[in-house]
Design a protein around this ligand. Sequence first.
Ligand code: NFS
Ligand code: SF4
Length: 627
Amino acid sequence: FKLTSVDEFEAATARLLETGAKVGADSWQLRVKNQSPHCKFGETGVCCRICAMGPCRITPKAPRGICGCDVHGIVGRNYLKFTAGGAATHSDHGREICHTLYLSAEDGNYKVKDPEKLKRIAKEWGVETEGKDIYDLAHEMAELALLEYGKPFGTQRWLKRAPQTTQDIWDREGIAPRAIDREVSTSLHMTHMGCSSKPEALIRQSLRAGLADGWGGSMCGTEFSDVLFGTPKPIDTEANLGVMNAENVNIIVHGHDPSLSEMICEYADDPEMIAYAKSFGAKGITVSGVCCTSNEVAMRRGIPMAGNFLQQENVVLTGACEAIVVDVQCIFPALGPLSKCFHTKFITTSPIAQMPDSEFIEFHAENAGENAKAIVKLACENFVNRNKDLVYIPDMKQKATVGYSVEAIVKVLDGVTNSQVDETGTTKPLIECITSGVIRGAVAMVGCNNPKIRPDHAHIELMKKLIANDIVVIASGCAAQAAAKAGLMDKQSKDLCGAGLKRVCELADIPPVLHMGSCVDISRMMILAATLAKDSGLKISQLPVVGCAPEWMSEKAVSIGNYVVATGIDTFLGVDPYVSGSSEVAELLTNGVREWVEAAYTVEKDIDKLVDSMIDRIEEKRAAIGI
Ligand code: NFS
Ligand code: SF4
């Protein structure tokens, strides 16, 4: 067993870019050059263009905007706007899932695959389940969940899942999120010209809007996706571009909402469609994924992961992609012109993400079946249009075991229980491993790629060092795909662990880097942290657990960072969130918020220092609770 190195990833990319050059394709690598160096005002967060008296840029000679706003107000407002964008995005994804649940039916496109989970949530929300038809219950729960977005009074239902100590902190600090949409709107109200310019107020609202995401909209997305499509359990799959098959029709699903990708997978598996593919000379149909929708279908169906964020152009550059089907978020508009250089069909499906040079096939819960079928057919028909001379799929893939929902983690760890700990079905075996020191702690590795960081390099190097130090890694989003591509989700990678973690991997039969899903599924990590705290009697902030996003790029990632910090978990970033221009905002985020929520950010671009500071923080936390 051997990991695939980032050097090898890059060699494959270089080869694909040669194909790109032949057909006159543009690439992000070229566009990064055109955009460099980046604007310093933007990069430090000191540019304001929220009113038409501006734009105002703060410099030593011009320390205030025309309205008199200082740099701290401008940087703080920009940060809050960034957060609101992310919270809106995740939460709206969650809302779509609730609508899909509302339309689920015994004989419809979407069914309830995990009725037990639905009943569990219903009980949690005080909804009667006895004698109720499962679809009646699904519709009732969907409506209640949708009301969480606009409820006039009260705070989010899911907050009750947090330990009481955490809920008390949120109440004390005035950051318990109210209606999800209200927190987004309030944020945009606060950042309007002539509203808040006080850093404390802006950062406090950033935490609250983040919490509306993680403990509101994202949690709806995760929990009701499980109800609809099944709660993930360990399943084998593969990752990296080599999962595409030159002899088959290749369909790539890209984006975030499993409502689309699930349907495509369903139809691509249909014997009628496979026969159709064969009628055009293909041997079959291969569906693989990019970005978080790939994580969703990998976790539930074992659909292979072709790549993560900065590989999205690579899948087209293979020349073997018949269709790249996208829904929302993290989709490069570049795919339009790029697909025109090949035979590839670039199919957009959501009114929320419409792009030039794409074919738009609108996808609704009502027409999902027929449209998915139409898309699969289109891909099959397109097989004959391939230019065989351009086809090159890098022979590079790794095995991965994925599907570690909280439910699945609890189950596999029952296998590690020693004779003293006989409470199965809880996180106590994991706590036992941590308190005994067999595992030193856990790091939640999340987030994107960003050309500012050598792609995947930070993810992989950090994970290698963490597991070698007996720190278990829980990964989601594009970070998880980086791990899978490298081979860190192959169970054999246990040999790279320290002795303690290796033993746990053997006993529980798990890889040392656990795939927990998409970015919306970071709500799973919140539930895990909450459960660990409750089962151990500690506060979340006392657990030897930290979060890390070394290569993040999106607004969603900032929203996530805010709710992870606001939940009491120290968070380490490898890219600065455009706040370095304000000493006050930077101070608040890296230190000041600790007084409110018992956690804060660390921003560190040097990855060696970043990993060492995480390990130190975990050891400090252990020492503080005497383990
Ligand atoms: Ni998260 Fe997922 Fe990837 Fe980043 Fe984009 S796909 S939701 S934002 S780039 S991890
Ligand atoms: Fe300039 Fe103030 Fe308008 Fe911002 S709100 S653009 S700082 S005048």
